[in-house]
Ligand binder design. Structure first.
Ligand SMILES: CC(C)(COP(=O)(O)OP(=O)(O)OC[C@H]1O[C@@H](n2cnc3c(N)ncnc32)[C@H](O)[C@@H]1OP(=O)(O)O)[C@@H](O)C(=O)NCCC(=O)NCCS
Length: 170
C-alpha cells in the first residue's frame, strides 16, 4: 500500500536516515553534503520538518521517497516555490513513486493562494530525474554551469520551471 503525506516531527528519525542515505549515495544530486547532513541530530531534522514541508511516500509503512519545497518569503518573490530533496530508495524505483510525490506537491501548491511558479535545479547528467520533471510538466529555462563543486568535480545544473498559471505574453 502506498501513502503520501506530509512528514512531521515524529518522522524525524526515519527522515534523517533516508536523507543521509540520499546524500551518501548521490553526492552529485544534492547540494548538501553527507558530512553536513550527518552533523545534525534528529532534533534538527524535527525542527526542519515542522517548519518547511517535506512529503514522504510510504510503502507498506516504510518511508521510501521524499520531496521538499519552500516558498520565498519576500513580498516580490512570494509567488515562487523551489522543490528540493527528490529521492526514491533504490528498491522502489521505476514504480511511479517520484511522479506521485511530484504530483502531490504540485497539487498542494496549486491549492496555495499566491503561488504561481515552481522551480528546481537538476544535474544535466541526471536523465532519470529530468525525465520525471518533464513528465509532470517542468520545462528547462537554462543551465547553470559549474553550479556545484563535489570535491574536484563540478556539476552543471539544468534550471527548470513549472508555471501554475498561464504566463501573459510580453
Ligand atoms: C530520479 C528518481 C527520484 C526517480 O524516481 P522513480 O520513483 O524511479 O521515478 P518514477 O517511477 O516516478 O518515474 C517517473 C517518470 O520518469 C521517467 N524515469 C524514471 N526513471 C527513469 C530512468 N532511469 N530513465 C529514464 N526515465 C526514467 C519514467 O519515464 C517515468 O515516466 P512514466 O511515469 O511515464 O513511466 C530516482 O531515480 C532517484 O531517487 N534518483 C537518485 C536521486 C536523484 O537523482 N534525485 C533527483 C535530484 S534533482
Amino acid at each position: 500500500m502506498i501513502r503520501i503525506r506530509r512528514l512531521g516531527r515524529a518522522d524525524a528519525a526515519e527522515y534523517r536516515a533516508i536523507r543521509l542515505r540520499m546524500l551518501r549515495e548521490h553526492p552529485d544530486a544534492f547540494l548538501e553534503s553527507h558530512a553536513e547532513g550527518a552533523r545534525k541530530g534528529t532534533a534538527v531534522y524535527a525542527e526542519r520538518l515542522a517548519a518547511s514541508p517535506v512529503l514522504g511516500a510510504f510503502v507498506d509503512g516504510e518511508l521510501a521517497g521524499t520531496v521538499g519545497y519552500f516558498r520565498e518569503t519576500s513580498a516580490k518573490a512570494r509567488h515562487k516555490v523551489t522543490i528540493w530533496g527528490v529521492y526514491v530508495a533504490p528498491g522502489h524505483r521505476g514504480l511511479g513513486l517520484a511522479r506521485r510525490l511530484m504530483e502531490e506537491a504540485i497539487r498542494r501548491l496549486r491549492a496555495t493562494r499566491g503561488v504561481e511558479q515552481v522551480r528546481l535545479d537538476v544535474g544535466t547528467w541526471n536523465r532519470p530525474a529530468r525525465a520525471v520533471y518533464r513528465a509532470v510538466g517542468f520545462r528547462s529555462f537554462g543551465v547553470e554551469r559549474r553550479a556545484m563543486k563535489v570535491g574536484r568535480r563540478t556539476v552543471d545544473e539544468e534550471l527548470m520551471v513549472l508555471f501554475l498559471k498561464p504566463v501573459p505574453r510580453a
